[in-house]
Design a protein around this ligand. Sequence first.
Ligand SMILES: C[S@@+](CC[C@H](N)C(=O)[O-])C[C@H]1O[C@@H](n2cnc3c(N)ncnc32)[C@H](O)[C@@H]1O
Length: 301
Amino acid sequence: MQLANMLTPTLDDARASMPSFAFDPFDPWTVTFQAGLECAGLSGRRVYEVGVGSGTNVLFMLRDCAASLVLGSDLDPRLPVLAQQVVTEVAPGLADRFRPIQGSVSLVNGPAARAEVPLADVVVACLPQVPDPEDTMYARFRGAQLPTAAGAGPRVDDHVAHYYPWAEFNDHPFNAVGLGLIEALLSQVRAYAPRAEVVLNLAGRIGRDSLLRLLRAHHYRPEELASRIVRQDESTDISFFRALEAAMRGTGGEKDFACEFYADPEGRTPLSARAAGELLDADPTAPVYHEICVLRGHPCD
Ligand SMILES: C[S@@+](CC[C@H](N)C(=O)[O-])C[C@H]1O[C@@H](n2cnc3c(N)ncnc32)[C@H](O)[C@@H]1O
């Protein structure tokens, strides 16, 4: 091993001092996302990551996928700063191929993001698909469907990595199934970068069909790049899926929006959202699983 390599911190070193507001770079979500990014044909291409987090995907896309340039922004203004530090410390030779967009940027709102997104070949994102338990519109919906359900749990430092403000995205039809933030992103990318591909890391809890429908509704042809069954994160409140399942009962629309949880890591034993929630209520460490899949959307026209 060369001396330079011995002195260069690794991502493991960076992780040891990772602040709690950053999404864990070794979380199964990120591991699955990277399995998909590896198959996304990023070599020589310009990538924009929405929700750049700790910068772990930036490193991965530059070093392992040979992307030519990566741009990244985040709703949390501390994260582009952190991402830049991590890339510079772990791979100083690649740092000039990462351009963080500073400040708080929701989706691709804001002048710097709007200037850069049209130049991207690929837009990648792993964004929340669960309403913020403190959102008032969601609290009303949950209360109507699950009168006995507990309210918001303790707020963790990386809260915005897990939840999104539901009411703000209510003009997007797929918000009804927790995909409003992702739908808003697709609308923006369609408008500002109509030829760009999208690569999304998505939970299958809402049902794989809903994910495919969302991409098609925005004129993307979906292609699966990776899929894994992972354990339901014990700190994420899944009462939204129970409330949705309860709201659909007896409407005839149950099949369109069937939630998909499992009792085993192979995905052989399906569980309804209600059964999954009851298991977790009784024991937050109960074995409850769901799929994560990485879908690429090819723009169709
Ligand atoms: C689940 S984490 C994923 C982080 C990283 N991309 C990864 O895959 O490891 C979601 C990230 O999206 C960011 N985020 C949440 N809502 C956002 C929004 N409206 N616009 C941009 N970023 C957002 C969070 O701050 C967080 O960094």
